[in-house]
Design a protein around this ligand. Sequence first.
Ligand SMILES: Cc1cc2nc3c(=O)[nH]c(=O)nc-3n(C[C@H](O)[C@H](O)[C@H](O)COP(=O)(O)OP(=O)(O)OC[C@H]3O[C@@H](n4cnc5c(N)ncnc54)[C@H](O)[C@@H]3O)c2cc1C
Length: 376
Amino acid sequence: MNEIYEEFRSTVRRFAEEKVKPHAAMIDRDSLAPEEAFEAARALGLQGIPFPEEFGGSDGDLMLQVIASEELARVCASTSLTIASSWLFSIIVENGNDQLKELVPGVASGEKKTGWCMTEPQAGSDLMAIKTTAKKVDGGWVINGNKRFITNGGWADWYLVLARTGSSDDRSFGVFVVGKDDKGISFGAKEDKMGQRGSPTCDVIFDECFVADFRCIGEPDKGLSYFKEYLLTSRLSISALGLGIAQGALDEAVAYTNERVQMGRPIAQFQMVKGMIADMVVKVESSRALLYKAVNMLIEGQPGVEAFSSMAKIACTDAAMDVANDAVQLHGGYGYLKEYAIERMFRDAKITQIYDGSNQIMRQIVADQINKVQVG
Ligand SMILES: Cc1cc2nc3c(=O)[nH]c(=O)nc-3n(C[C@H](O)[C@H](O)[C@H](O)COP(=O)(O)OP(=O)(O)OC[C@H]3O[C@@H](n4cnc5c(N)ncnc54)[C@H](O)[C@@H]3O)c2cc1C
């Protein structure tokens, strides 16, 4: 990895230790959005990584997004997730009109927060089941529907909404930008979650919600293709988030097993414990290698990147769950107490195997594409 990336990693790691970690247990316990960490991240420009400099961003490539996701999640997955949610707004830079682009600097600077709305009660893995509609009217569009499980719901200022613009059995979708103060948008109750409790999640409801024409991104029937392209980068950020949890759990396990003394010596010296630590390291390092291979493939526009992104998602997020599970085991009874960070990491890990395309769906993509990709 080149020097710029390594330097960036050290900077974000230091930032995460100093400005993010101190809030992690509290925002989890009280289910509060990471206000302090999000605000502090603005000074470092983390929200603006993928945006061009003319829009107030740092014109960073996907590698920087992934490094930031990993390093933040190493200490706090909720903070990592809420910051990564800003990045999808860069869809506007490439596909939006000039009036929409005026919204970008606010998001790139972290002054405004964003969420993206795809999932619905009946449409999780099955996007074709989406029922939310956008109907063309004079001067704009009227949106009706119910989006479920929206990260930053109620907390964000702007929402990217995928809605049907054609009939219910065709693939015409538009992506619309809706503001939290627009007439006709409302928010469900905050979900009481198992993990990543510092990232707000709720329903976002559209009831005769009118948005002007310029709030439609690009062509009103090409939304799915715009979203799909950006979802690939988002999948790699989520993979990195999983990897960060795995690395953080490994850090906790190594520190604890070197401190904890039983039968007259640190438990790290027992052969079975050494075996577990070694297996955890292998999971972390092998998933890291796969992730960074997929990132490079995407940056270089290589074929087969969808399959490799899915492989990275499986490897990194399964590693998060497995390594966190083993790390709790190595903490003994203490790992079951909320006083220890590993208890939170264990809960935070689970959702990474489910959201942003569940790992079963990822496996389906890998298996379906096995004949098309060059493996090895
Ligand atoms: C905390 C959190 C944050 C989220 N943030 C967002 C967000 O910001 N924006 C957004 O749009 N969505 C968001 N989601 C939604 C998330 O992406 C979905 O929950 C996820 O895609 C799975 O959909 P589902 O929950 O409806 O499960 P389902 O699709 O009903 O799946 C249930 C189970 O069946 C399996 N399954 C389904 N279909 C198949 C198949 N064809 N083959 C094999 N197995 C299958 C799944 O893998 C899963 O195990 C979030 C969810 C959570 C919990």
